[in-house]
Design a protein around this ligand. Structure first.
Ligand SMILES: O=C(O)[C@H](O)[C@@H](O)[C@H](O)[C@H](O)COP(=O)(O)O
Length: 252
């Protein structure tokens, strides 16, 4: 398991620039090595910070057709709903780059609109299992769980990552790859989420955190490794890197 690495950037703009460079370098590396790149997105402000990827030089240099895009968590609602992480990523990022539609793995449209969180989680897990069969996603030899190349994660002020919240049982799930929650402390209530073993099987995990609101939780994790905060459990097979802006690092 990779040690947590932390880099503090003077501004959000510099963080955003570094995140684009990190992502672009890994894209080049994995496409060269195996002909494709699997990227897992979260929701929240992260999508805004990905703006540099859709600008030169990355917009032209990245082999977008080789990308496969997933969500570490998703809100159980219609794709058109303002709460949808799919809609957020589509509008802010994915619609601006030529990733084939078939390589974008969103929550099931019908069941999400219907509000059935449990079924959506089961279907998303089934989708991942099919991609394992198709050799798009390997199973990690070390962990036995699906191994993504890069996950881009965010943390809430309460220390949650994906839809793994403090004092909720989803963080302990070890059988399933994708689980669900119907009483999320952050609205909307219904969500699906990768489980911790899947999150930690990723080769590279980049946690990006900006602003003052999560600063106390950042300090709890960095200074005290407070494991009651789900984000403190984040690891990775190769690199677990945390990008903070000055405000997020202000309690360190
Ligand atoms: O669906 C979600 O809410 C997100 O995927 C979530 O896990 C997010 O990454 C964090 O809550 C940080 O969100 P903010 O950037 O909005 O604080």
């Amino acid at each position: 398991m990779a040690q947590r690495k932390m880099i503090v950037f003077p501004t959000k703009n510099e963080l955003s620039q570094a995140m684009a460079e990190y992502t672009a370098n890994l894209s080049t590396k994995f496409i060269k090595e195996k002909g494709l790149f699997t990227v897992v997105l979260s929701g929240g402000d992260l999508i805004d910070w990905l703006c540099k990827l859709v600008q030169p030089p990355y917009i032209d240099s990245i082999e977008w057709s080789k990308w496969h895009v997933f969500w570490v968590d998703e809100r159980v609602c219609a794709w058109e709903d303002p709460d949808s992480n799919y809609k957020l990523a589509m509008e802010g990022f994915l619609s601006k780059v030529p990733i084939p539609d078939k390589n974008i793995y969103a929550i099931d449209k019908h069941w999400a609109a219907d509000g059935n969180a449990e079924h959506c989680a089961a279907l998303y897990e089934e989708c991942l299992k099919n991609l394992v069969k198709e050799k798009i996603i390997p199973i990690s030899k070390k962990t036995g769980y699906p191994e993504f190349d890069l996950q881009l994660l965010g943390m809430g002020p309460d220390g949650h990552m994906a839809s793994l919240f403090p004092n909720h049982p989803q963080i302990n799930e070890k059988q399933k790859w994708v689980t669900h929650i119907t009483d999320s402390p952050k609205l909307p209530l219904k969500r699906i989420t990768f489980t911790l073993p899947v999150i930690n099987s990723s080769l590279y995990n980049l946690m990006a955190i900006c602003d003052k609101a999560p600063a106390k939780s950042v300090a709890e994790i960095m200074k005290h490794n407070n494991l009651s905060l789900p984000s403190a459990h984040l690891s990775a097979q190769v690199e677990n890197v945390w990008y903070l802006d000055q405000a997020a690092a202000s309690e360190l």
